[in-house]
Ligand binder design. Structure first.
Ligand code: ADP
Length: 487
């Protein structure tokens, strides 16, 4: 048996396959873009057959003739997206409904009005929002004829994207790992399997759902048909949980923030089942031998997309990276403040109707002030989240950052300054894929624990130390919260 790990990273805009060695070095990568289908405003769909065929092609590209060197496969994936397929034919029954899709907003509102939110939040850690999988499954059952018919005949299989890929790779094993299952609204945070009462509330037959399994272990086997040799599937983990593991946030209180299109923050809560009083989400981080580690999660919808907006809509900058030079060219933003609520406000406010604000404009406010205010907004909204985490007894001990926007050194330093915390950034930024490699290494027995694997596989990091006065920090935050109150 070899000691390489094959990681499949089935994301939203692309799917990728990567080969890692047991010290966490990425040796090869192959990537294919996925077609995005937007049949109506607010609807987002994927073709599950395309996800499978492109993922298979990528894994064949990177494995080449060396599949014998691969000890295990780890899969990480876009979470919440729902696939419906026929167990007998193994073919999709409808387009997959993607996590961004808002078509079930009315049903969520109805459940909310009927008073179900508190109990759902208490049991699953989630909120009644179209983002999560449960209402998407219900929609398919009611509106996709083939899905309804398969439910009647007992051949329907529902699953998130890792579940779909495992079914195809293993020749019909129907499983979902606890980190992905905890995003469906159907899994109690402290329950081993999907819950009958929750399934009834959302109108989903339990027999259509996968068995919930660990995030690492001998979970299934990729049949020899695909790479010429059978390979165990030893890691399955949703993308944000995977990034948390890839960042080595394995002790209570350790926190990572991913700054991509949006910002996703997860804090390790150890063995405590999380209960938020500040509208954060509770989620499963990992599961070994049925024992779970949990995380609290908070997401901001707009992060890097604000920079794209300055570039593409306002034409203020030519490239995202230019914001760094502009921010450094001035001593402060001249009191310009941006609240990046262009797509509503996520955690901890959850105000879908909120809109963006630029305040404090004067005749002295130019491109540099606005670009700097846009970067400053990342620290401000992260600080707002930090207060919610502290309120929920999960204060951050440091912040580990990743995602495309984290390449901006000025922003990384500003985060440290405003949060008054050390900010750590890995040199190898593919933390999502690394997390799946870590899980699969442990599952394959190459390392005894996630901690041991993370220690061996995480590379060097750079640390940003807070370096501003308390008065400057206070003044910045006061201006931000004033602007936030009118968003
Ligand atoms: P996603 O995975 O969500 O597609 P990425 O992690 O690839 O996103 O990050 C891309 C986002 O980061 C873009 O929105 C882009 O505007 C922003 N970004 C990339 N580089 C920089 C930079 N140097 N400074 C500021 N923003 C950046």
């Amino acid at each position: 048996m070899g000691a390489k790990i094959l990681v499949l990273d089935a994301g939203t805009t692309s799917t990728r396959a990567m080969i890692f060695d047991h010290e966490g070095r990425m040796e090869r990568v192959s990537q294919a873009d996925l077609t995005q289908h937007y049949p109506r405003p607010g609807w987002v769909e994927h073709d599950a057959a395309e996800i499978w065929s492109k993922t298979l092609q990528c894994m064949r590209d990177v494995a080449g003739d060396d599949a014998g060197d691969i000890a295990a496969i780890g899969i990480t994936n876009q979470r919440e997206t729902v696939v419906a397929w026929d167990r007998n034919s193994g073919e999709p029954l409808a387009r997959a409904i993607v996590w961004q899709d808002r078509r079930t907003a009315d049903f969520c509102r109805q459940l909310h009005e009927e008073g179900h939110e508190d109990i759902v939040h208490e049991r699953t850690g989630l909120l009644l929002d179209p983002y999560f999988s449960g209402t998407k499954m219900r929609w398919m059952l009611h509106h996709e004829e083939a899905v309804g018919a398969a439910a009647q005949s007992g051949t329907l299989a529902f699953g998130t994207v890792e579940s779909w890929l495992v079914f195809k790779l293993s020749g019909g094993h129907h499983i979902s790992d606890a980190s992905n299952a905890s995003r469906t609204l159907l899994l109690p945070l402290d329950g081993a399997q999907f819950d009958a009462g929750l399934c009834d509330l959302f109108g989903i037959a339990r027999h259509a759902l996968p068995e919930v399994v660990d995030t690492q272990g001998k979970l299934a086997t990729c049949e020899a048909d695909w790479l010429g040799t059978a390979i165990p599937i030893c890691g399955l983990v949703g993308d944000q949980q995977s990034a948390t593991i890839g960042q080595g946030c394995l002790a209570f209180g350790q926190t990572k923030a991913t700054y991509g299109t949006g910002a996703f923050v997860l804090t390790n809560k150890g063995r405590d089942v999380p209960h938020s009083n500040h509208r954060l989400l509770g989620t499963v981080l990992s599961q070994t031998d049925g024992n779970r580690t949990y995380a609290l999660e908070g997401s901001c919808f707009v992060a890097g997309s604000l920079i794209q907006y300055l570039r593409d809509q306002l034409g203020l900058i030519k490239s995202a990276a230019e914001t760094e030079e502009l921010a450094r060219s001035i001593g402060d933003s001249g009191e310009v403040v941006i609240v990046p609520a262009l797509a509503g406000l996520g955690a901890p406010h959850w105000k879908p109707d909120a809109r963006g604000v630029i305040s404090g404009l004067s005749f002295a406010s130019g491109r540099a002030q606005i670009a700097r205010a846009a970067l400053e907004a990342m620290a401000h909204q992260t600080c707002d989240l930090a207060s919610a985490f502290t309120g929920d007894d999960a204060p951050w001990t440091s912040l580990r950052i990743d995602g495309g926007m984290s390449a901006n050194d000025w922003m990384a330093q500003d985060l440290a300054d405003i949060l008054d915390l050390e900010v750590e950034r890995p040199e190898f930024v593919e933390t999502t894929a690394l997390g799946a490699a870590i899980c699969a290494s442990v599952g394959a027995g190459l390392y005894a624990t996630l901690e041991e694997a993370a220690e061996a596989m995480r590379g060097a990091t750079q640390i940003f130390i807070p370096n501003i006065s308390a008065e400057t920090r206070e003044a910045r935050l006061t201006r931000y919260f004033k602007a936030l109150s009118v968003a």
